[in-house]
Design a protein. Sequence first.
Length: 178
Amino acid sequence: MQMTFHFNQQRCTSCYTCVVACKDWFDIPPGPRTRRWVSTLEEGKFPDVEVSHLSLSCLHCENPSCISVCPSGAIKKRESDGIVYADRDECLADCGLCKEACPYDAPRFDEEGDTTIELCDFCVERIDEGKKPICVEACPMRALDCGPREEMESEYGEKKDARGFSYVEENRPSIVFK
């Protein structure tokens, strides 16, 4: 089984509730350090302008490039559900090799403060309790969901691209879009 995120780009309003809920859940102080982020994309020229948003975190790739380059072995993947996570105590903090290897810029570091990795772990303790990640539960627009890949693809389809997102086949990120 591979846990997978679903993101409905048509529903996201860029309210940042997912980001704030994540930071609150993990006691991450205000500032640039984060495990989830939202990007706003503007396309077109007046009067034909389109704005869309993209909420991302670690995409728990089936073949994560971050793991093979981590010199300390701090980044790991659970066999049971494919969840990628980082042991912050094992992180070398300022090497940045995982960030360079990840095509989605998912390993996050606060360059001005704590330089230890921040990486979405799918709220693994909540998953183990049968709950959804805090970002999914917090989203007021229900733009986020998650579950086993087969369930997500059955419910939402197998779309692997969205505005502002490029699917990298080599990594096989665990996300489906609408």
